[in-house]
Design a protein around this ligand. Structure first.
Ligand code: GLY
Length: 296
């Protein structure tokens, strides 16, 4: 039904979801802040900000006192590591906005997990049956919270190793994590036997990463324990919008689609008629967004 689709896109527009997220965490006692610049300050380990936690490292390590023990932001991010996937998958962008809630020695796993579920299912009304979660291989505590407090059946909690469920940058705050995936349906997947959470295809799409920040990774790759246990979460706003708007591809999300339409207008091309051209249109759309944000 075309009418319903338009209502859905309106209610779940990028701008509305951003507002709902920040308001939700404000109601849970968080200080909400504007995005920091894409250019890191006093951090020689990063060229660009690629995660919501990056401008807040100093608060996680205890080098500076945060303005509040609970904060939430929507941070502009650029991840050049994903550049080869852009245009080919339904979910990768180089520039994206990351929704994040942070605890500096305040709440930990329990609240982070329960609130993430409350926001997705009660506030944003995502169908519970489409959600799966992962936990770090050894993290019995997170698995127990997901199962006993939230009520996720054990068969929908997947344990993964360090490659998937341990979050870190080159240096700085890091720790085991738990991710929330949305199942977009078999028709969006690779169809291979054994395709499940963790598969590289576009069926199970990771929307939210909850990091239980406990370590400070050093340049020599050793991990020192942090003074306090913290929470760092990251959810891609455009990916969440893709799921909520029920569109096939992240490039069809409201604000990104406007850029894509403009790319088609000025190049005299039509989107959706030729696979190779579509890839190019998506790449140009992505790079226009990133370049504009980096220049600004
Ligand atoms: N810092 C959490 C994430 O970027 O996924």
């Amino acid at each position: 039904n075309g009418g319903n689709k338009v209502d859905k896109i309106d209610r779940f527009s990028i701008n509305n979801i951003r507002k709902e997220y920040l308001n939700f965490f404000k109601s849970k006692g968080h200080l909400t802040e504007q995005s920091f610049s894409l250019i890191p300050k006093n951090d020689k380990s990063l060229l660009l900000i690629g995660a919501g936690m990056a401008p807040l490292k100093k608060y996680f390590t205890g080098a500076e006192i945060p303005p509040a023990k609970r904060m939430a932001t929507c941070q502009k991010c650029v991840r050049t590591g994903d550049v080869e996937n852009v245009g080919l998958t339904a979910r990768h962008l180089t520039f994206f906005e990351m929704l994040g809630n942070f605890s500096f020695g305040d709440y930990f796993k329990n609240e982070a997990i329960v609130w993430a579920w409350e926001l997705l299912t009660d506030v944003l009304k995502i169908d519970k049956d489409r959600l799966w979660v992962t936990v770090y291989l050894e993290d019995d505590e997170a698995e127990n919270i997901w199962h006993t407090k939230v009520g996720i059946p054990m068969e929908k909690i997947v344990r993964l190793g360090k490659d998937d469920n341990f979050w870190e940058l080159e240096v700085g705050p890091s720790g085991p994590c738990s991710e929330i995936y949305f199942d977009r349906g078999a028709d969006k997947g690779c169809g291979k036997e054994g395709c499940t959470v963790g598969c590289d295809c576009d069926r199970f799409i990771e929307v939210w990463n909850l990091v239980f920040t406990q370590f400070d990774r050093q340049e020599d790759m050793t991990y020192l324990p942090l003074k306090s246990k913290n929470i760092d979460t990251g959810m891609g706003l455009e990916r969440l919008a893709c799921v909520m708007q029920g569109v096939d591809n992240i490039f069809e999300v409201d604000t990104i689609r406007s850029v894509l339409n403009h790319v088609c207008d000025i190049s005299g091309t039509k989107y959706g008629s030729d696979y190779k051209k579509d890839v190019s249109i998506r790449v140009i759309t992505d790079h226009c967004r990133s370049a504009s944000m980096m220049v600004s």
